[in-house]
Ligand binder design. Structure first.
Ligand SMILES: [Zn+2]
Length: 457
């Protein structure tokens, strides 16, 4: 997230632009430097806010979009990139209200403003585009992005899908706030992150306005569309907004009420829930098969079990509020969410924490499971392999045994508060754990996170 500072004196001094400034600056980098997805994200600027206006026609699959981005240059820029697949056609781009030159190539949209942007300058970009979005296939063979369903769109964007439906700086290190204004036929509902601000129907079409006030990584954004039953209630101190596919309405009875108990429990051990609303999107999407912790409002391909609900809600602290710096550190999301799931099942008496640990630890030493160290899964094709989840969770349990309950939960609370709405990596977790516990933990983390093979207990 761009820091919300007023323009510095230095930035004012650099104004107004002299004619020579038009030639100043260099192109922003076409990637954020993440080895798993080298083209993802861009260099040279930092986004602060996205205002997305989308109009979608589910029958034809046609999307018309206007994306307004507020950003700040972090270097003098002669040009900069946004990430957007070229199956969508860009019609125009303006920078600070002036027409800019642009070119699309692969998943890069290169924008050349009429005048270069000095380092530190706030600027706005408006991109008008349209087309028929399609999902991407990830290195592990799963699909993400704009995934069409029989009645709309299942929109889950981890790790690459955001570029399939709007232009942006799509690496998780550049968080921003969002406003979504989505127009669909009135037979459909459009659900996004954050708070529902308005719903206006006119001429057979309905516009939904959603506001995500807390910063968000773009892989956690969603605009999901379908024949949903929308409910917006105050339950147990939380604003709970749910959207349920009518095919699943029977199974989903009581779904809104299930959130507060889980969030109350997690708040008691992790610290306050970081967002202004919660809820979930329950779509009938057996062809997708996975859920995602989309910010404030996870998306599920069926009615979630208690275990899955806890997993996705725990991600609101671990993954969404505290986000990794590189995709390689994905265990910081999945190991924490899996451990939280074990905690919740223990809390409600479904399965003891020790039983969850023992089941995860059961594979024999020669089992393939132990060959992937969770903090170094080896490549994007292994991002969501079991060890990232289960061995990551076991690492936390072993840490808890080593430092004791008081220090362990102090570490979790400090992790959630020190890096709230930000990014952090595995090295930061190790440093924090050693600082809070006062113990030397290198050997433990080395064995559990970085080395292939089954660690001894
Ligand atoms: Zn997860």
């Amino acid at each position: 997230m761009r820091r919300l500072l007023a323009l510095t004196a230095a930035a004012f001094i650099s104004l107004p632009l002299t004619p020579a400034a038009a030639q100043d600056g260099t192109p922003g980098a076409p990637g954020a430097g993440d080895p798993y997805f080298p083209g993802q994200g861009n260099g040279g600027y930092d986004t602060g806010h996205y205002d997305l206006a989308l109009d979608y026609e589910p029958t034809s699959g046609r999307l018309t979009g206007v994306t307004r981005i507020s950003a700040r240059a972090t270097q003098a820029l002669s040009s900069f990139n946004l990430d957007l697949v070229s199956t969508l056609s860009v019609r125009s781009v303006t920078v600070n209200g002036r027409a800019a030159a642009f070119a699309q190539s692969g998943s890069e949209l290169v924008v050349t403003p009429a005048r270069s942007l000095p380092s530190g300058r706030d600027f706005s970009v408006v991109v008008r585009y349209d087309g028929r979005p399609v999902h991407v296939v990830d290195p592990d063979g799963s699909v993400d992005g704009w995934i069409k369903t029989s009645d709309g769109v299942y929109n889950a964007n981890e790790p690459q899908g955001a570029m399939t439906w709007y232009p942006g700086n799509h690496h998780m290190t550049d968080k921003a706030t969002y406003r979504f204004t989505v127009t669909v036929p009135s037979t459909r509902v459009a659900v996004a992150n954050g708070d529902l601000l308005a719903k206006v129907s006119k001429g057979g079409r309905t516009t939904y306005v959603w506001d995500s006030r807390e910063p968000m990584a773009s892989y956690l954004a969603t605009v999901s569309i379908g024949k949903f039953e929308l409910a917006d209630s105050q339950l147990g101190g939380y604003r709970v907004i749910t959207a349920v596919d009518p095919k699943l309405a029977g199974d989903a009875t009581g779904f809104p009420e299930r959130h507060a108990p889980v969030l109350d429990y997690f708040s008691s051990i992790f610290g306050p829930y970081p967002y202004s609303s919660t809820g979930g999107i329950v779509d009938h999407a057996p062809e997708v098969g996975y859920a995602l912790e989309t910010q404030t409002r996870p998306i599920y391909p069926r009615v979630p079990s208690e275990s899955l609900l806890a997993h996705e809600l725990a991600h609101q602290w671990f993954g969404n509020s505290v986000t990794p710096t590189l995709w390689r550190d994905i265990w910081l999301n999945e190991g924490f969410a899996t451990y939280s799931q074990w905690l919740w099942l223990d809390k409600i008496g479904t399965r003891t924490l020790q039983d969850s640990f023992d089941a995860a630890y059961a594979p024999a030493a020669e089992d393939e499971f132990w060959q992937t160290p969770p903090a170094d899964p080896g490549g994007p094709e292994n991002l969501f392999h079991d060890p990232v989840y289960d061995r990551g969770a076991m690492t936390l349990h072993v840490l808890r045994r080593e430092v004791g309950d008081a220090a362990f939960f102090a570490i979790l609370r400090a992790w959630a508060s020190d890096y709230k709405y930000g990014n952090a990596d595995t090295a930061a977790l190790i440093a924090l754990s050693e600082r809070v516990s006062g113990k030397q933990l290198d050997a433990l983390f080395e064995a559990w996170l970085f080395k292939p093979g089954k660690p001894t207990l």
